[in-house]
Design a protein around this ligand. Structure first.
Ligand code: AMP
Ligand code: MG
Length: 338
């Protein structure tokens, strides 16, 4: 296929020149990062960024993350970097952390949904890094999926959904982490987690006091103000109805799953639990396995056309907080804890 680059096994930086020139000319490029795939465009080109919103059918007030390749790029985009933000950058960039800063005028309003802040991340994935460097512009890149659907963690899962909506596709295989970056904002010397991810509460605690935003695990009521517009929207949801069940007592968990399980349902769970059922998708054993496999599993489950998907929850600590944040939303808060 034209406008497609296979980087799964290996690639040379110069192979990415074509994709970079598409970015520079205002096109859209589907590319891998270490978290999930992104739909990228030149973050300083308003028209190109508008096309991202159209391709994803994303709400205009849900701002995008700008992806950079070095510190110099950050300095061009943000007004001021305080000492905690500096420590976060030193400790976690490049990597799966996004920091919200006060923006400079150079950042178009369409990126920030009209806010005076901008979200910045420096991916560690080599393809993403090389693409940004070759494009010599910050790349705006939301997760590669139609808004509301599970994020894309490999090209096969999202090809039908996004083919024809982007100008170029870079295939980098399965993404390493599988859930989106941790999004934080520093307010009054506290690090607020607005979206949990691979960089955990305990990782951030080494830098400063950490506050987990109340909406990370809870629904947003209509009248409530949020620190991150993305919290208001439906996310990660398959078409099939889902229920999330969590208990730290395995017997209670199995009893509850059995209440819902029948020929028309399917279980997504860690291997030991999933293997007790005929209709199942196994997530592996560790939190890393679950994070790596969860979006693929949700998409796969949808294809089985069952009446209900039953999902095993995890303890919401460490990487488990990121997993539960995604699962509670995938289930539209249809969640039982026993
Ligand atoms: P996605 O692009 O799908 O990875 O989602 C990006 C997330 O970052 C969304 O939840 C956005 O609401 C959030 N975000 C982006 N920019 C800002 C900002 N300036 N302030 C607060 N949250 C932001
Ligand atoms: Mg997203």
């Amino acid at each position: 296929m034209k406008n497609y680059l296979d980087c799964i096994n290996d690639y040379k930086k110069e192979d990415l020149k074509e994709a970079a020139s598409i970015i520079k000319n205002g096109g859209l490029v589907l590319f891998p990062t270490e978290t999930v795939y992104g739909i990228g465009a030149d973050g300083l080109n308003e028209k190109a960024v508008k096309n991202i919103f159209l391709a994803k059918a994303r709400a205009q007030d849900n701002p995008l993350i700008l992806h950079v390749s070095d510190i110099e790029m950050i300095k061009k985009l943000v007004k001021n970097i305080n000492s905690i933000e500096n420590k976060l950058i030193k400790e976690f960039f490049p990597g799966p952390l996004t920091i919200i800063f006060e923006k400079k005028n150079i950042v178009p309003n369409i990126i920030t949904g009209g806010l005076n802040t901008v979200a910045i991340r420096m991916p560690s994935n080599k393809i993403a890094h090389d693409l940004i460097e070759l494009s010599s512009t910050p790349i705006a890149a939301p997760s590669a999926n139609i808004s509301g659907k599970p994020s894309g963690t490999n090209i096969d899962d999202i090809f039908d959904e996004l083919n024809g909506k982007v100008d170029y596709i870079i295939n980098g295989g399965n993404t390493k982490i599988g859930v989106e970056s941790t999004v934080v904002r520093v307010i009054d010397n506290n690090i607020h987690i607005l979206r949990p991810g691979k960089i955990t509460y305990d990782d951030l605690k080494r830098i400063a006091n950490v506050i987990v935003d109340e909406h990370v695990l809870n629904d947003v009521k209509e009248s409530q103000k949020v620190l991150s517009p993305g919290m208001k929207y439906k996310h990660y949801a398959p078409n099939t109805k889902c229920i999330l069940i969590y208990s730290d007592d395995k017997n209670k968990l199995i009893d509850k799953i059995n209440e819902y399980y029948n020929d028309n349902t399917l279980v997504i769970a860690t291997n030991k639990i999933a293997n007790m059922y005929k209709n199942k998708i196994c997530l592996g054993n560790t939190l890393e396995d679950i994070s790596h496999n969860i979006f693929k599993a949700l998409r796969q489950a949808d294809k089985e056309n069952k009446e209900l998907i039953i999902i095993e929850g995890v303890k919401p600590t460490g990487l488990g907080l990121a997993i539960m944040n995604r699962l509670i939303r995938a289930c539209s808060h249809n969640y039982i804890e026993i």
